[in-house]
Ligand binder design. Structure first.
Ligand code: HEM
Length: 428
C-alpha cells in the first residue's frame, strides 16, 4: 500500500487555534517538531514543540535572552518583548538579560524574594481570596476572571511589593490595560507601562528614605559583594515581578478552574480530598493543571548567538526561538495519556514554570495563590458550574500567554451570614 500522505498542518494563530491549540501542536510535534513560522506580528521565529528539545533549548546558553541578538530590528518597533518596556526604560530585567548580569540580578532578587517571605504571606493571600469571594458568593453567579482570578494576583503582588492600599487600584487599571491590549493596540499599553514606571520610580524613592518590611525595600537593601541594584534595575525588577506574576496567575486560576469544571470526575476527587483536609491531591493537582493547560503557552523570546542544532534542525545566528511549553507538556514521549487530566499524576516534570537559569522565581507564590484559590472556591461554592457553552468562551489571542477572557459560573448562593464583606472594594 502507498504511504498515506501526511495530513496538512492545521492553521496556527487563528481564533480556533487560540480556543484549542493542542491538535495543531500535536501535528507539529509529530511532523515538524522544530518549525519556522511567521508570527501574526510579521516576525519570523522557530517553534520548538517536543519535550526533550524544549528542555534542551531552555537550558542552552547559546540562546540569549537579549533582544539585541535578534537579526531583525523587530524589538525596536515593539514587535518582540513586553509592549512598552523599551520606551519606559525597563529593559534591564531578568527576562531580557544573560549571565553574568542575569546571575547578579537574580542573586540579588533571591535575597529579597525568599521562600520565607512568601510563606509568611499565606494568611494575607487567604484573606484576599475570602474577601473577593465574599463579593459575589451571595449572588449565585459571577465572572470568575474579572471578579476573582484577575484581582487576586494584582492585589497580592502589590501587597508583597509594598504598594500602599490607596494606590493599588491604579495598578489594577494599568494591569487591566496590559492584559486587555497585550495582543494588539500597543499605544494604550505603552501609556499604562509609562505611568507604572513613573509610579515605581517615585515609590522606590520613598522606600529608600523610609524602608518597610516589603519586597521593594528588600530589593533596595539587598547587596551582593557590596553591590546594590541601581534605581533603574530596582524599577525594572519590580516591573517584571508584577508583569510576570500577574497574568500568569490569573490564567493558572482561570484555566485551572475551567479544566476542573470540564472534568467532573477529577473535580469530585479533589473536592472530596479538600473536604477531608488533605493536601496531597491539591499539590499534585496544581502541577497537573500547569501541565495540562498552563498559563504560559510559549516561553519568552530567545535568540541564537551562534549556530546551533535543535532536534536535527540548524538554527542560524540571530534567529528567534520560541519554546512551546504547551506542546512540550503534552508530548506523549514524556507523559503517558498526555491529553488526560490526572490530578494525581506522580511523574510530572512539566515545563510550566520553565527550566534552566530563567526558571520562574515566583513559582512558590504562584503555587500558594493557586492552592488558596482552588481550595476556597471548591469548599465555599461546592456546586460551582460553568454558566456558558464551552464553545462560546473566548480565549485571549496573545502569543505568550494562554487564558480565558471570561469564565461565567453559577452556584447556589452562599448565605450572607458567614461572609466578611459583600463589597469587593473592601479587599484592602
Ligand atoms: C502560575 C503562575 C506562573 C507561571 C505559569 C509562570 C511561568 C514562568 C515561566 C515559564 C518562566 C520562564 C520564562 C522563560 O524562560 O522564557 C517564568 C519566569 C519568571 N517568573 Fe513566573 N510564572 C508564574 C508566576 C510568577 C509569579 C507570581 C512571579 C512573581 C511575583 C513570577 C516571576 C517570574 C520572573 C521574575 C521570571 C524571570 C526569571 C528569570 O529570568 O530569571 N512568576 N515564569
Amino acid at each position: 500500500m502507498p504511504a498515506q500522505p501526511a495530513s496538512a498542518r492545521p492553521p496556527l494563530f487563528t481564533w480556533e487555534f487560540a480556543a484549542d491549540p493542542y491538535p495543531a501542536y500535536a501535528w507539529l510535534r509529530e511532523h515538524e517538531p522544530v518549525h519556522r513560522t511567521t508570527l501574526p506580528s510579521g516576525v519570523e521565529a522557530w517553534l520548538v514543540t517536543r519535550y526533550a528539545d524544549a528542555r534542551q533549548a531552555l537550558a542552552d546558553s547559546r540562546l540569549s535572552k537579549n533582544p539585541a541578538h535578534h537579526s531583525e530590528q523587530a524589538h525596536r518597533t515593539g514587535r518582540v518583548g513586553i509592549p512598552g518596556e523599551r520606551q519606559a526604560d525597563l529593559m534591564t530585567h531578568l527576562l531580557n538579560i544573560d549571565p553574568p548580569d542575569h546571575t547578579r540580578l537574580r542573586r540579588l532578587v533571591s535575597k529579597a524574594f525568599t521562600p520565607r517571605r512568601v510563606a509568611a504571606f499565606e494568611p494575607r493571600v487567604q484573606q484576599l481570596t475570602d474577601r473577593l469571594i465574599d463579593g459575589f458568593a451571595a449572588r449565585g453567579s459571577a465572572d470568575l476572571i474579572h471578579e476573582f482570578a484577575f484581582p487576586l494576583p494584582i492585589y497580592a503582588i502589590c501587597d508583597l511589593l509594598g504598594v500602599p492600599a490607596e494606590d493599588q487600584d491604579d495598578f489594577r487599571d494599568w494591569a487591566g490595560m496590559m492584559i486587555r491590549h497585550g495582543g494588539g493596540q500597543r499605544g494604550g499599553v505603552g501609556r499604562a507601562v509609562k505611568r507604572m514606571r513613573a509610579y515605581l520610580a517615585e515609590l522606590i524613592h520613598r522606600k529608600r528614605a523610609d524602608p518597610g518590611d516589603d519586597l521593594i525595600s528588600g530589593l533596595i537593601r539587598a547587596s551582593d559583594h557590596g553591590e546594590h541594584l541601581t534605581e533603574n534595575e530596582a524599577a525594572a525588577m519590580a516591573f517584571i515581578l508584577l508583569f510576570a506574576g500577574f497574568e500568569t496567575t490569573v490564567n493558572l486560576i482561570g484555566n485551572g478552574v475551567y479544566a476542573l469544571l470540564r472534568n467532573p470526575g477529577q473535580r469530585a476527587l479533589l473536592q472530596e480530598s479538600i473536604g477531608r483536609g488533605e493536601s496531597a491531591l491539591l499539590e499534585t493537582g496544581i502541577e497537573e493543571l500547569l501541565r495540562y493547560d498552563g498559563p504560559v503557552e510559549l516561553a519568552t523570546w530567545r535568540f541564537a548567538t551562534s549556530p546551533l542544532t535543535i532536534g536535527g534542525v540548524e538554527i542560524p545566528v540571530g534567529d528567534p526561538v520560541l519554546v512551546v511549553l504547551a506542546a512540550a507538556d503534552r508530548d506523549p514521549a514524556r507523559f503517558a495519556d498526555e491529553n488526560t487530566l490526572d490530578l494525581a499524576r506522580a511523574d510530572n516534570p512539566h515545563l510550566g514554570f520553565g527550566h534552566g537559569i530563567h526558571y520562574c522565581i515566583g513559582a512558590p507564590l504562584a503555587r500558594l495563590e493557586g492552592r488558596a484559590a482552588l481550595t476556597t472556591l471548591l469548599s465555599r461554592l461546592p456546586d460551582l458550574r460553568l454558566a456558558a457553552d464551552p464553545e462560546e468562551l473566548r480565549w485571549r489571542g496573545g502569543l505568550i500567554m494562554r487564558g480565558l477572557r471570561e469564565l461565567p459560573v453559577e452556584f447556589t448562593p452562599e448565605s450572607t451570614s458567614g461572609a466578611t464583606s459583600a463589597d469587593p472594594s473592601a479587599v484592602h
